[in-house]
Design a protein around this ligand. Structure first.
Ligand SMILES: Nc1ncnc2c1ncn2[C@@H]1O[C@H](COP(=O)(O)OP(=O)(O)OP(=O)(O)O)[C@@H](O)[C@H]1O
Ligand SMILES: [Mg+2]
Length: 1107
């Protein structure tokens, strides 16, 4: 169960000052102190949050805390700024009321921190999503950018906002942020040129110099050393706890997130650098003839660098610091500036440049964060404006006057909205009410802003007045006009009261603000209000090539010369404050009153007097009184009834009568004590917040019940509908299923029937088949039996017939023999005794005759091997002999046809066969080749004519041979010629005879058994030719050459037969040495020819390819 908490739980002091008892200033401060000491920095006055600055970080802003305060009632938990932010956000989202959060307090009281806390809380609880998160991030990141340029370290606050800021955050109907608009109010630009002791210039200058990279600084022509810049105060350049370099990175990152382009960031930094440079420009007087001094720039280096940065012509700016053009009624006059005026002009330019840059930044941020959607927005405004400021010793100037005026106006609106409005409402609503006295500061506002005789109006008048105008003339004017005003004090006042008041110097006036008396030094009021920038300077700036610079000084455009004076600073401020007030009045205000516990900016110190002062001028005690006297909550009857009608049966769900009666019935029914509420004319007033909570609590419980009821009905309806749907579906499903099941069943029966049918049919058919087969077999058996029977009978018959035939044959033979016998017996007497032999011879003769005649068909070709088969076994021997004889005869016949030449050829062939057959493997291939003899056609070929004529005898053989060289086994071609008496070797090309060997000198020829063409012609030892050595030759016509050599040997009577030696290894006599020639088979196959290779000195190896 959820644990109900309340503001009252674990309370330190009282969380809501409304509950303070007794109520007076002391107890009020005691309560604040008590809570502050216990780290309770927030306290309520009704719906107003008082925030004490703890000056240290407390663990109360964690995401868990955000969750804790989310969607909780304002008074449910202990006071917290988150409760106020949540309340504002929810009424914006749920009740469609625009909200504003007004944060007031002195400088350093924690306004800026509070505004950031509110923004971060809203960002944490509102919608999420990519787009929404981007918007949130941009809104949040606008803070560091504006703080860098608009905040500075002051005596009161290390991060003091030197401008007023009002930010409208826009939401859509769901409460998701869409964008925002920021308005800025009066930047304290005097700080750019001069800072009070112990204070700094705006953060950005220090951040840029500490945090920018060397490269960036070089581009900006800056030096990291603060002391080089006149505009930077040195005594407090470094602030404890502030890391300028890290802040610079944060600012650059934030600018990027907000949507600044890199070029824009660069432009901004260039302008910041330009301001620093401007501060370093110094002037010296130069006397003129007319006796006046004219200013001149002392050291032109800074001027030059600044001009380079901004793209301004140096001479133009230099002139603008020395002369001033005054235009009046179409006339232009140029006057010289003295040194003081030049410094004034320089500072005015710096201030204007910086403040315009700041306004441009705000406009640029607005451009980025503006809501895109055009639909109506809900708006939450957060106002963080500079706090009330009082400097000691009357150092307050125009800026403080303006700031305090603004605070005066805020107090006014607070009074209007809380105190006066409240009281007036009671009166309007006719509620009994005892008037509470409170101080209304309208009169002070009037003193300042009255259009006729207000201080601002008079200052403007004085500024515009012709003639000599000084701050003193302005003070005089004040003294005359405001003398009677009870809140205005001056020494020169006619009112004698202050004549002797030494705390009030002559050059000052004092205003009794609601927050206390403030002494203003009048010096500089006129100048600051005029905010004058010489036109020459703005025109010089407009001439810059730096585009942002040109944008900032549009009035410098010569085409748009406007002789009208620009509105004064005071006038502008008054107008913008007026707009702001109007804006705030349309919204539901939420107040955060910030209080500063001490002046030392340290934690744990609570200075009673300081707090008391703030409590007093903020009118907080009166605020509590009003709350206590009045009613905490009011609401029109209609909305009250609408909101709580569910708490009573009579008003729920509809009340038909008037709303007021309805509310009465409702409250009575709810038994709310009568003193807790009052009926106004149109509203019901509830005295105590707790009563409201009770109602809210009951409403919530009731809503839960209602929700349960709605849920119940909805669930019932949903379940019923679901059930009906299920039922309907079930019927459909069942129908479909049944159909399906029946179909299935039918299909099964059908197929079963078919199966049965087929079985029965099969069975029947098989029966019939069996029957038929039986019948068929019976028929076949009958046929077989019949066949067998017939067979048996036929065989019997055949046997009988054969028997009969044999018998008949035997009878015939017997008969023949018997007949023969009878014939021989009868004719024996007629034949000789040797007739038998003659018959036999005759018969044999007859047979032989027939046999020979049969042989006649055989052809005469010796190649024909055919021979008729032998007709009778007894002729076997004769038959073979006859065949041989016939063949020999046939061959002889064939030979008989040969001519002498052909015979010689065949003889040669025969001789070759005798020499080589079965001895040399080359032989079979030569059988079919005719021996041509003259392969070179030596007689006809003119090439060999000389050689031919050299030959004495008939050339029997002429051929090309290879002569094998002993040295390497290679062959060289030679012509080989053979005659009856010698053989000749001649050169192939020239036909010149190389060797001519008489055949008788030839002893033998050696060849191998293999298919090669190598042969050695060995010479007889001691012969005339032998000196040259044997010849080892190779020829394609080896068989023919050797045969011819052999044949010449056999035919020649005068010499020996030539030996032919056939072996695979023989010796050849080369000149002195004998070399062995060895033939091996299966040598490397390079073509078909044998290859000869020299193995060593004594061995030539011829490898012959295997056949
Ligand atoms: N809630 C807080 N928790 C912790 N520190 C705080 C808180 N509020 C303020 N401070 C501290 O006080 C300092 C001053 O606060 P802040 O800048 O908000 O004052 P301010 O009211 O805006 O002053 P000014 O009017 O000069 O701008 C902060 O820098 C911070 O150190
Ligand atoms: Mg601030």
């Amino acid at each position: 169960m959820e644990v109900k908490t309340s503001l009252l739980d674990n309370m330190i002091g009282v969380g809501d000052m409304v509950l303070l008892e007794p109520l007076n200033e002391d107890s009020f401060i005691m309560n604040l102190r008590n809570r502050f000491d216990h780290n309770e920095i927030y306290t309520y006055i009704g719906s107003v949050v008082i925030s004490m600055n703890p000056y240290r970080s407390l663990p109360i802003y964690t995401p868990q805390k955000v969750e804790e305060y989310r969607n909780r009632n304002f008074y449910e938990l202990s006071p917290h700024i988150y409760a106020l932010a949540d309340e504002a956000y929810r009424s914006l989202r749920d009740q469609d009321k625009d909200q504003c959060i007004l944060i007031t307090g002195e400088s350093g009281a924690g306004k800026t921190e509070a505004s950031k806390l509110v923004m971060s809380y809203v960002a944490a609880v509102c919608g999420k999503g990519q787009e929404v998160n981007k918007v949130k991030e941009q809104l949040l990141q606008s803070n560091p950018v504006l703080e860098a340029f608009g905040n500075a370290k002051t005596m009161r606050n290390d991060n003091s906002s030197r401008f007023g800021k009002y930010m409208d955050i826009e939401f859509d109907f769901k409460g998701d942020p869409l964008g925002g608009v920021i308005s800025n109010y009066l930047l304290e630009k005097s700080r750019v040129c001069k800072q009070p002791r112990g204070e700094r210039n705006f953060h950005i200058f220090y951040q840029l110099l500490s945090g920018a990279s060397d490269d960036t600084l070089m581009k900006l022509k800056l030096d990291r050393d603060f002391s080089k810049y006149n505009y930077l105060s040195l005594d407090s350049a470094n602030v404890n706890g502030l890391d300028d370099a890290a802040s610079f990175r944060t600012v650059r990152n934030a600018m990027q997130i907000v949507g600044f382009m890199e070029a824009e960031v660069q432009s901004v930094l260039e302008l910041v650098a330009a301001v620093l440079k401007l501060g370093n420009i110094e002037f010296k007087p130069e006397s003129r003839v007319n006796g006046f001094d004219e200013s001149r720039v002392k050291d032109k280096n800074d001027l030059k660098e600044m001009c380079e940065l901004l793209g301004i012509e140096q001479s133009v700016l230099e002139r603008a610091f020395s002369y001033r053009t005054v235009e009046a009624k179409m006339e232009k006059m140029s006057t010289t500036l003295n040194v003081a005026q030049a410094y004034y002009a320089r500072d005015a330019l710096a201030k204007n440049l910086y403040s315009r840059l700041f306004s441009w930044l705000v406009t640029r941020i607005n451009e980025s964060i503006k809501a895109q959607a055009k639909t109506r927005h809900k708006v939450m405004g957060v106002l963080d404006i500079y706090g009330f400021e009082i400097f000691e010793e009357g150092d307050n100037s125009f800026e403080q006057f303006i700031i305090n005026y603004c605070n005066e106006k805020l107090q006014q609106i607070f009074i209007e909205l809380t105190l006066r409005e409240e009281q007036e409402e009671y009166i309007r609503e006719d509620i009994e009410w005892t008037n509470i006295e409170y101080f209304n500061n309208a009169v002070i506002c009037d003193l300042i802003e009255n259009n006729q005789n207000g201080i601002l109006a008079m200052l403007d008048e004085e500024c515009l007045r012709p003639g000599t105008v000084t701050d003193d003339t302005f003070l005089d004017k004040l003294n005359t006009i405001c003398a009677e005003h009870q809140h205005f004090e001056s020494r020169l006042n006619k009112n004698s009261k202050f004549l002797t008041d030494h705390s009030l110097p002559h050059s000052c006036f004092r205003i009794q603000h609601y927050a206390g008396k403030v002494l203003y030094r009048v010096e500089g009021f006129v100048d600051k209000n005029n905010d004058l920038l010489y036109r020459d300077l703005s025109q010089a700036m407009y001439k810059a090539t730096h585009s942002l610079m040109r944008q900032l000084f549009p009035e410098g455009n010569p085409a748009k010369v406007n002789l009208k004076r620009p509105p004064t600073a005071g006038f502008q401020f008054k107008a913008s404050v007026g707009v702001l007030m109007k804006n705030l009045q349309t919204k539901n205000p939420n107040y955060i009153r910030c209080i500063k516990p001490n002046d030392k900016k340290v934690a744990h110190i609570f200075t009673d007097s300081l707090v008391c002062h703030q409590v007093r001028y903020l009118g907080l005690v009166e605020n509590v009184r009003v709350r206590r006297a009045g009613y905490a909550f009011r609401q029109p009857y209609e909305s009250c009834l609408e909101r709580y009608k569910m708490l009573c049966k009579k008003t729920w769900p509809h009340w038909r009568g008037p709303a007021r009666d309805g509310v009465e019935v409702l409250l009575t029914d709810c038994s709310v004590p009568t003193e807790e509420f009052a009926y106004g004319r149109s509203k019901i007033f509830i005295r105590n917040p707790r009563t409201l909570f009770t109602l809210e609590e009951r409403r919530r419980a009731c809503l839960e019940d209602l929700a349960t009821l709605i849920q119940k009905i909805y669930r019932g309806w949903k379940s019923r509908t679901h059930f009906l749907l299920l039922k309907k579906s079930q019927v459909v499903v069942a129908a479909w299923y049944r159909r399906y099941a029946q179909q299935n069943k039918y299909q099964k029966i059908k197929s079963a029937t078919l199966v049965m049918q087929s079985f029965i049919r099969g069975w029947k058919a098989r029966n019939i088949l069996r029957q038929l087969k039986y019948e068929k077999r019976c028929k076949e058996a009958v046929t077989t039996i019949a066949a067998y029977w017939h067979g048996t009978q036929a065989r019997r018959e055949l046997r009988r017939l054969k028997e009969e035939a044999r018998r008949k044959h035997a009878v015939a033979i017997i008969w023949a023999y018997w007949l023969g016998l009878q014939v021989r017996r009868e004719y024996r007497k007629f034949f000789r005794a040797n007739a038998g032999k003659k018959i036999y011879d005759f018969t044999i003769q007859r047979i032989m005759q027939k046999y020979f005649l049969g042989l006649k068909t055989t052809t005469m070709s010796p190649m024909d091997n055919s021979w008729p088969a032998k007709p009778y076994g007894f002729l076997e021997g004769a038959h073979t002999q006859l065949r041989r004889i016939f063949h020999l005869w046939r061959c002889k016949k064939y030979r008989g046809q040969f001519t002498e030449e052909k015979k010689a050829v065949y003889e040669e062939k025969l001789e070759a066969s005798e020499i080589f057959k079965d001895k040399k493997a080359l032989y079979p291939s030569s059988v079919s080749q005719p021996f041509k003899g003259d392969y070179l056609e030596i007689q006809k070929n003119p090439k060999y004519q000389k050689l031919n004529s050299a030959m004495e005898e008939k050339v029997l053989l002429a051929d090309l041979v290879n002569k094998i060289n002993r040295a390497n086994g290679k062959g060289s071609p030679r012509l080989f010629l053979l005659t009856k008496s010698n053989f000749v070797l001649a050169d192939q090309k020239t036909g010149q005879v190389k060797a001519s060997v008489p055949l008788p000198d030839l002893a033998s020829v050696s060849v191998s058994t293999q298919s090669d063409g190598f042969f050695a012609l060995k010479l007889k030892e001691g012969s005339a030719s032998a000196s040259k050595g044997d010849f080892l030759l190779s020829s394609e016509h080896l068989i023919e050459i050797i045969t011819k050599l052999h044949r010449i040997g056999t035919t020649a009577a005068d010499r020996d037969q030539i030996n032919i030696d056939i072996s695979d290894e023989f010796l050849v006599q080369f000149k002195q040495d004998k070399v062995c020639v060895k033939f091996i088979q299966g040598g490397p196959k390079n073509g078909n020819s044998a290859a000869c290779k020299r193995k060593n000195n004594r061995l030539l190896e011829v490898s012959v390819p295997s056949p």
